[in-house]
Ligand binder design. Structure first.
Ligand code: 5GP
Length: 123
């Protein structure tokens, strides 16, 4: 798998605002936040896309959701609700090819999450 910007963040070669870290995962604030709290949870193991997740990764991928819930709860935002999203490939809007769970919290979130640009593409 080609190295991504997230490998550099994992290796502390570029800075990030880290919210949680353990042996398996890292959570850090998104550089371009779309909600009052917007962070990414990534596995330390590099996996390019959801399509590359294997049976061996089941616990690891589940762990990303547990980290998401823990960090949101620490911010006191769990009960009001939040969203987790993992984009896959071009049509899913993926731009960094190291899987990451987006976690958006702190405001009501619209649904569906289409932008006008994507709407035009679909019509
Ligand atoms: P994707 O579009 O792949 O689902 O999401 C990639 C996310 O990574 C985007 O929300 C983008 O703002 C974030 N991102 C890209 N580069 C960096 C970076 O260098 N640092 C941080 N903290 N976030 C980044």
């Amino acid at each position: 798998m080609a190295e991504t910007i997230f490998t550099k963040i994992l290796n502390k070669e570029i800075p990030a605002e880290v919210l949680y870290e353990d042996d398996l995962a890292l959570a850090f604030k998104d550089i371009n936040p779309q909600a009052p709290l917007h962070f990414l949870v990534i596995p330390k193991k590099p996996i390019a896309t959801i399509n590359d997740i294997t049976q061996d990764d089941r616990e690891l991928v589940g762990h990303l959701s547990l980290v998401a819930a823990k960090v949101v709860a620490e911010h006191g935002l769990a009960e009001q609700g939040y969203r987790t999203v993992m984009n896959c490939n071009e049509f899913g809007g993926q731009t960094v090819y190291h899987i990451h769970l987006h976690v958006l919290a702190g405001k009501p979130l619209g649904w569906p999450p289409y932008t006008d640009k994507i709407k035009q593409h679909l019509e």
